[in-house]
Design a protein around this ligand. Sequence first.
Ligand SMILES: [Fe+2]
Length: 139
Amino acid sequence: MGLQWRDQLSVGNDLIDNDHKYLIEIINRAEASVEAHNRVKLSAVLDELGAYGKTHFEREELVAKAAGYPKADQLHESHSKLVADLARFKDGIGDTWNEDASTQFTSYLRGWLIEHVIKEDLPMKPWLVKHSPTFDPRR
Ligand SMILES: [Fe+2]
């Protein structure tokens, strides 16, 4: 079964939560391509994940700064590492594709998203909830 959004993952801002929900959707598509052993599809989905990840990270840094999160600058650094890490993962997929590799890919992708992308955002919540859930510094 694919990943599912749950309330505990909410950071208290709709813009960021909606991005995270969409990232989960992309990860689920990536996992489906892993299960289907479809490397071409996986590669395309990982490109989409990288591109949407970048858009999301920029948006998130903007929201964090505007919400007064004191560690907003460190977010950028950790985001750059996540982008580079994902690119390395994509390059390293390699030619062999056995059952072990499938399991590893799936746990890597889930870890990348849940452990690093979403759980590392949760410390922002006390600052984000001082604003409306619809807080959007671009408006
Ligand atoms: Fe995020």
